[in-house]
Design a binder for this molecule. Structure first.
Ligand SMILES: [Cu+2]
Length: 344
């Protein structure tokens, strides 16, 4: 068991540059920022702690963040956690993430209290948007579970610093004074003489391309498209997605072959609130091939029935895992270690 060197990144409030992925990603970029929503500034809860417990026998790292006090009907105007940093205690691969919300005693709380959580590997740059840190995990109110894909994992090194950005909200009529986010991270340690897992990289196809993820929803139908040119050849192992309330569909198109890579129909409740976005895997056919120079378009369709403009009401992100043909090319995305000599 060990405790992380969790620390407060910044006492100032933080700006949602907007990502969060399957989740809204807050691009914290280690810079002072401030979360803003509906023009209101939110306070920061200085007593929020990050606890990281490693169970080396089970190969599970449990990250616990809290407590957050979320008053009834507070919406986004609650004290938020600062961005926190955990240090990876093992050498190996992350294979799955299982997020949940609990009270102080470990009892389950409603998923919708989480607006989003995003993990970034501060040691590496994102391969589609190199000006951003590598975004390795995200979840929103639909509480995306990232199950293991056997044989594949995300390589981490002991000492890697993972930035954890969160945003909570409470639209309910119940106060939740002792809210914690728990993420169980399953991993496979590096064992000498064992090939381990194949290295895959999270791939965020955002309809805002490499800009901030959040955008306004006008009344009625909204169709938004972004595109990415691939700098590497390899295969997509599978994709899921992230949308907000009133989201209808996410579509990923291979422009060279003029075909859909995936069409994800959002599941909504009767009030139009997002319930889930499906996951599609390509493993049964060896993955979906993308070559260097291929252009992929991503489109989000929303239908806003409120008759009002919803500021920052939308995000449209397809997220997948990419298995490069030549993993050595991805080493250059590691910072501080000088490109080709980088560990990967
Ligand atoms: Cu979002």
């Amino acid at each position: 068991m060990r405790r992380s060197d969790a620390r407060l990144r910044n006492p100032k409030p933080c700006v949602i540059l907007g990502l969060l992925v399957p989740m809204c990603s807050v691009t914290a970029l280690l810079a002072p920022a401030q979360h803003q929503h509906d023009g209101r500034m939110m306070g920061r809860a200085a007593d929020v702690k990050l606890d990281v417990k490693d169970d080396p026998a089970a190969h599970v790292l449990t990250v616990r963040l809290g407590p957050l006090h979320l008053p009834a009907h507070a919406g986004m105007a609650v004290e938020q956690a600062p961005d926190l940093v955990m240090t990876v205690p093992f050498e190996g691969w992350i294979s799955a993430y299982h997020p949940r919300l609990t009270d102080g005693a470990g009892g389950a709380l409603p998923n919708r209290l989480l607006h989003h959580v995003a993990f970034y590997n501060t040691e590496r740059r994102d391969f589609l948007c190199p000006e951003k840190p590598e975004h390795i995990f995200g979840a929103g109110g639909e509480m995306n579970d990232w199950p293991a894909t056997p044989g594949f994992g995300y390589r981490v090194h002991q000492g890697d610093r993972i930035l954890i950005a969160t945003m909570f909200h409470n639209e309910t009529e119940t106060s939740y004074p002792d809210t914690h986010l728990e993420v169980q991270i399953q991993y496979q340690p590096l064992v000498a003489g064992d090939a381990g897992l194949k290295n895959v990289y999270p791939t965020w196809f955002d309809v805002r391309s490499c800009g901030r993820s959040g955008y306004d929803l006008t009344p009625g139908e909204n169709v938004t498209t972004g595109q990415f040119s691939f700098g590497y050849s390899g295969v997509l192992i599978g994709v899921g997605g992230h949308m907000h309330d009133y989201g209808r569909q996410l579509r990923l198109v291979d422009t060279a072959r003029k075909q859909d890579i995936a069409k994800l129909e959002a599941k909504l409740d009767p009030r139009g609130r997002i319930v889930s976005v499906p996951v599609v895997r390509f493993t049964d056919r060896g993955g979906y091939r993308l070559n260097q120079g291929d252009v992929v378009k991503v489109t989000a369709i929303y239908d806003n029935p409120t008759g009002k403009l919803l500021p920052e009401g939308a995000m449209g992100i397809v997220v997948g895992y990419f298995l490069p043909d030549d993993d050595r090319q991805m080493a250059a995305l590691r910072k501080h270690h000088g490109g080709t000599s980088a560990r990967n």
